[in-house]
Design a binder for this molecule. Sequence first.
Ligand code: EPZ
Length: 425
Amino acid sequence: MDRIAITGGARLNGTIPVSGAKNSAIKLMAASLLTDEPLRLTNMPRLADTRFLGKLLSRLGVEVVERDGADGQETVLHAAEITSGFAPYDLVRQMRASFNVLGPLVARSGQAKVSLPGGCTIGARPVDLHLQALEALGAKIDLHEGYVYAQAPRGLKGAEITFPIVSVGATEHAMLADGTTVIHNAACEPELADLQDCLNAMGAKVSGAGTPTITITGVARLGGATHAVIPDRIEMGTYAVAAAMAGGEVRLSNARPGLIDALLRKLEEAGAGVEETADGVIIRRNGSRLNAVDIETAPFPGFATDLQAQFMALMTTANGESRIRETIFENRFMHAPELMRLGADISVSGGEARVRGVERLEGAEVMATDLRASVSLVIAGLAARGETIVSRIYHLDRGFERLEEKLGACGAQVRRIKGDGEPEL
Ligand code: EPZ
């Protein structure tokens, strides 16, 4: 398996273009199941997760073409006919978001058999709310031998759905089911508004995404469309933290800083410079040590759980003690023991970690446990003395496009070591 080696100490100076958002792209790709006309998605990131979903969609009968178009990387998905309504365990377990093909499959063909996704390293992550939403919309749901069998031969009907807790995936799933629906206590994450814009471009009538109430008025049929994926707020936030960690000045372009306001305010509070520009944000640190600040993760617009690991890495060398509370997932501190291998002083108790800043981290071999945890180790490595080697970076490849290239262009010493232990040529 590939590993990444980081030689710490280099400051970062330069520009990093932010890619299209992974967590939006994969839901938009699933929306292609709702129409027999082509859906063209531009600003598409090329990631293991998007490739992976492309593979599943192909199995269901969708023609998936990745190409470089006039607007950059794009994917055209054409579900002229759904040839299978079956999403097997070996595909769904590898990427939970594949489960979100269930709703569109039932909406389009009246039935589907989709594997339950199973467990996950960051928490139990059940899908009960997804299933409740589909049942409310009239789907008959049966669970057998690890599979969800869903049927709605006469199509999905209208319903009012009130989620007991805020769930991004369940909200998206209810939107992808394409019935006349009012969703209360909806997630407000920007990816929902992106999905709304895409569905509306396809001819749907969706309003309210970005607020806790989303209204979908069913239409007779959806058609093809072209839609640009929103910039990845988590990638933007990750590189913002990397710049603050390594020092220097990094401009993040093709980005929407308003989507990570909670992080940017915390970076300022810690002592980093933050300057918003016409198409992104500049992050600066001149060498002086940052101050410890506390964070607590929350649904949007709060501090994103997907940036918690990166911020913890930043706090490992800050001046003072930082308290980090994780409120979304029950097991999202797996990066803490790995950061401690680099010399960090962290104690975890329940949903709270206390990080006492040390002067300097020291390079070591560490192991990635999930996507965001992996990148927190790369960030720590940027500021550690000597070499840090991160293994199991297939997690990283799921969600960060050309990471070594983007960081390397700003002066970071980051290289990929191929699985045989030899450096990649
Ligand atoms: C999405 O996951 C993202 N994934 C996650 O990013 C992100 O951390 C999360 O939203 C929160 O922002 C994708 O978009 C692919 P939820 P999702 O449903 O939709 C509980 C990354 O690193 N819950 O909002 O699965 C759940 O267990 C990933 O890119 C239920 O109890 O998150 C959690 O505690 C990791 N029952 C809480 O809700 C359900 O049916 C919020 O989860 C569904 C969720």
